[in-house]
Design a binder for this molecule. Structure first.
Ligand SMILES: Cc1cc2nc3c(=O)[nH]c(=O)nc-3n(C[C@H](O)[C@H](O)[C@H](O)COP(=O)(O)O)c2cc1C
Length: 182
């Protein structure tokens, strides 16, 4: 299955995990960039409000021909218990009809209803949303993905699963990373 990871990341955590995911599931990787990029301050003052209202933030064209892919993985952070606004823009601008789709959301404390919202957006775009995966992106978990102690793999039927090295100290990180499937 030809798979594309499309990632938005403000502070790098989703990027690190999504790039690792692209490599381990054999997907191409591109990024979403806003036309007017958020700073940390404007993300909290403006971005969080937009995210909560499900308003999009305009992004530049992504550097891939999305129509060529059978499966699209939309990745980004949770802002105000919602997907970051760039994700709405990608999902609403590009034709995802009939494609397999996954969401990958990272967060720091509480995911809230973000996974449900992202699933709804992907379904509104008439994609076949298989799962929205949420990852609590603390330092250890991000490191575990970067070092491939934790990794995502895609099975032949297109199902994405979490794999881990069987060392006991990783159990907690892996439970967290795997616990948020919707
Ligand atoms: C504007 C803003 C709002 C956020 N809101 C939440 C939230 O509601 N719940 C949460 O657990 N984390 C929240 N976070 C933390 C991010 O979701 C988390 O750090 C994420 O992994 C960052 O991803 P990134 O490094 O790819 O930008 C927020 C961060 C920002 C900048």
């Amino acid at each position: 299955m030809k798979t594309l990871v499309v990632c938005y990341s403000l502070t790098g955590k989703t990027r690190a995990i999504a790039q690792a995911m692209a490599e381990t599931v054999g997907a191409d990787y591109v990024e979403m960039k806003e036309i007017f990029p958020y700073t940390m301050v404007s993300a909290y003052t403006r971005g969080a409000i937009k995210a909560r209202k499900r308003h999009n933030e305009d992004i530049l064209p992504v550097q891939a021909d999305v129509s060529e892919y059978d499966c699209v993985i939309v990745a980004g952070p949770i802002w105000a218990s919602s997907p970051a606004p760039a994700l709405y823009d990608f999902i609403r601008e590009y034709d995802l009809k009939g494609k397999q789709a996954y969401g990958l959301l990272t967060y720091r404390g509480k995911a809230g209803g973000a996974a449900k919202i992202l699933r709804e957006e992907l379904e509104n775009a008439k994609s076949l949303c298989r799962s929205v995966i949420t990852v609590k992106a603390d330092k250890d978990t991000v490191r575990a993905f970067v070092s491939r102690k934790l990794s995502f793999a895609m099975q032949e039927d297109g199902k994405i699963i979490l794999e881990k090295e069987t060392t006991p100290d990783l159990q907690e990180a892996s439970d967290e990373a795997g616990s948020g499937r919707e």
